[in-house]
Ligand binder design. Structure first.
Ligand code: Q9C
Ligand code: ZN
Length: 663
């Protein structure tokens, strides 16, 4: 596999099996920039951020499929492409300021900036590494690259550091290719800034430059969200010959997620990118719009990032350089970065349909942006179809503080579906990792996971998971039609090793008032005891015990990030003699009762349902028996039809009988 990047990259996108050449840059010396004293508050822009990403890329086996590049120091003349002499000497002087109090006094002159002795070196490596990655991709030595760098860059302006950013890494690399390496033939660069904050520095540096299309989607909150002011407004479209080459998509509020971002991709970014026809894409890849981020208040899932990135892969022959910007939940940034590297390697995002809808405000913003820019980009000219913009998610009204930045993480679900058992648990799962002492490796991938990944079980489902696409949400993350919120997926996203269907002599029934995932209506349960009069259809997926635990976590609205499995190898032994086990840790959940249904080719078959005492409570009326809502019932029906178990009529009759026959 040598030379000719052009031909190879276009081929490898479709060849399925083989990895593309993806460069990764990481260097521990970038951890030498850190906030002083653990005195008051832990600073979110901490060294653990890049360690968390690096460690997950390694433990998940992705790093070894990439080409690891050496970090490089930046050269002064390259810094000078976008920064003033004064700014450069300021940052270079930090390493020789030898007292912490002097450094603090210096930093206090700027907006949201700290310095440590190693800041000079870290900043130099961050900028130099993004150049290195971009140059290798421009040359065709790599298809794409991800520079795992800090300090971040996009807030840094020509003459001052700002917003945790010292040098503007992405702007420096962009300017380097366009001005210093004309020989490489990169004449037009699209910068996609998906950090939750506006990339004010980058915007200013290329505001009059038609060779750079700067696109930023960020929280704006009427100009109150950081960096605040009106630079991030959609009316900022570029100047002089750069007119039309600056696109801002300013969210009116937090809580934006996959559906909102993808609507922006489909209705603004992608159509414009087709016209602009970039030679390279550089992503200012902050992950602070990720679900769980303590500053962003948005909720992009790793799967959302992978689709956003995948949609960019069709441009510039897939020449994409990602540079880390913000992102402050260690777990969120690591899993988001992993999803992105996965896409860079395959040239394909996991294929899960998301049917969540954008907010009404999202369509409003999209229309404003399109109108503002349609003079420059005629493709944005037409009105969006009514039926498109009528599909919206109601906003959940939840309290937020006045700053708007430290708002609690919320899911994009209507307020009416917020019930204690469904919502409080998942919200508490989005824990914010602030203790930097804990060993990242151990935190990222507890040892039980590698152990249980070696054991297989059949997970037998009688409910919505009979539909393959819905079950895949539990493995790969995402959501399908009818689901009101996405699943996070398993930490092991590999496909099931086998799928078979079987019938079992158990009663299927529907109960409960409503669920967060499906809204009002009952959901399926299997009576834990067998009954020769009954016949239930179950779809069996052969998955690892690790994946089974992740399904169990998600079925019961629990966090994947735990140091213990819910159901380990010992429990797997026990259940084969005891027939059923109630999983203690999830007794608050509805599917805590694991039932052993025998074995299939030597591999145990397990299902999840409620306990016998829950059945009693349903029968006594303490909890309601309820037929399923239409979307949920349809998921079961299409599952049975697609699995070729029943015709559509038979499947409907089967569900109908199960939901009407008394228990
Ligand atoms: N009330 C990046 O994500 N917040 N920078 C200051 C003052 C600063 C974020 C809050 C946020 C900077 C790269
Ligand atoms: Zn940010």
């Amino acid at each position: 596999m040598e030379s000719n990047g052009e031909i190879e990259s276009s081929l490898s996108r479709s060849n399925g099996g083989e990895d593309r050449r993806v460069g990764l840059i990481f260097d521990e010396r970038m951890c030498k920039h850190y906030a002083p004293a653990p005195a008051e508050e832990h600073h979110p822009e901490c060294p653990d951020r890049i360690l968390a990403i690096w460690s997950l890329l390694n433990s998940s086996g992705l790093a070894k499929r990439c080409i690891i590049l050496k970090a490089k120091d930046v050269e002064d003349n390259h810094l000078a492409l976008v920064h003033t002499k004064k700014h450069i000497s300021l940052i270079k002087s930090i390493s020789s300021v030898n007292s912490e109090s002097k450094r603090s006094r210096l930093a206090a002159r700027f907006n949201s900036i700290y310095f440590s002795e190693g800041s000079t070196e870290a900043a130099s490596l961050a900028a130099g590494s993004v150049i290195e990655a971009a140059e290798k991709v421009a040359k065709g030595e790599l298809d794409s690259a991800f520079a795992i760098v800090r300090p971040p860059g996009h807030h840094a302006e020509e003459g001052e550091p700002m917003g945790f950013c010292l040098y503007n890494n992405v702007a420096i690399a962009t300017s380097y290719l366009l001005n210093e390496r004309r020989d490489l033939g990169i004449n037009k660069i699209l910068i996609v800034d998906w950090d939750v904050h506006h990339g004010n520095g980058t915007q200013k540096m290329f505001y009059k430059d038609p060779r750079v299309l700067f696109f930023s989607v960020h929280r704006y909150d009427s100009g109150t969200f950081y960096p605040s002011g009106h630079d991030g407004s959609y009316i900022m479209t570029g100047e002089d010959s750069g007119a039309g080459h600056n696109i801002n998509v300013p969210w009116e509020h937090g809580r934006c997620g996959d559906a909102d971002y993808l609507a922006v991709w489909d209705n603004i970014l992608i159509p414009v990118a087709k016209e602009f026809y970039p030679d390279m894409i550089i992503v200012s890849a902050g992950f602070d719009a990720a679900i769980g981020d303590p500053l962003g208040g948005c909720c992009i899932t790793p799967h959302g990032y992978s689709i956003m990135l995948d949609k960019l892969m069709e441009f510039a022959g897939g020449k994409i350089v990602m540079a880390l910007e913000g992102g402050y939940n260690l777990n969120s940034i690591a899993t988001s970065a992993r999803a992105c590297v996965d896409v860079l390697l395959h040239g394909k995002a996991p294929n899960v349909v998301s049917e969540a809808y954008p907010f009404a405000s999202t369509w409003r913003v999209i229309q404003e942006v399109r109108r503002e820019l349609s003079t420059y980009w005629p493709v944005l000219g037409g009105e969006l179809p009514e039926k498109t913009i009528n599909k919206t998610t109601q906003i959940a009204v939840l309290s937020s503080d006045s700053e708007g930045e430290t708002e609690d993480i919320v899911l994009a679900v209507p307020e009416e579906v917020l019930t204690i058992d469904d919502v409080i648990l998942p919200l508490s799962n989005l824990k914010i990792d602030l203790d930097s002492q804990v060993d990242q490796e151990a935190k990222m991938k507890p040892s039980w996971r590698s152990e249980l990944s070696k054991v297989d079980v059949w997970y037998a489902t009688y409910g919505s998971n009979m539909k393959m696409a819905r079950f895949r949400c539990y493995i790969e993350g995402g959501q399908i039609e009818g689901m009101r919120r996405p699943c996070v997926g398993s930490m092991d996203k590999s496909k099931p090793k086998g799928i078979i269907w079987k019938t079992f002599p158990h009663r299927l029934f529907f109960a409960r008032e409503r669920t967060a995932t499906w809204g009002p209506g009952g959901v399926a349960f299997l009576h834990p005891n067998s009954n020769a009069q009954e016949k239930a259809h179950l779809c069996l997926y052969k998955i690892t015990l690790e994946q089974f635990n992740d399904v169990l976590f998600q079925e019961n609205s629990l966090n994947l990030e735990t140091s213990h499995p819910l159901f380990d190898s010992a429990a797997l032994q026990t259940i084969q003699t005891e027939k059923s086990i109630s999983v203690e840790l999830v007794q608050g959940g509805w599917y805590h009762n694991l039932v052993y249904l025998g074995n299939e080719g030597g591999t145990p078959v397990l299902t999840m349902t409620c306990s016998l005492s829950d059945v009693d409570d349903f029968m006594s009326g303490k909890f309601p028996i309820n037929p399923p809502c239409k979307e949920y019932a349809n998921t079961l029906i299409t599952g049975l039809v697609e699995g070729e178990q029943l015709s559509e009529e038979e499947a409907s009759a089967y569900i109908q009988e199960a939901s009407s026959k008394p228990l």
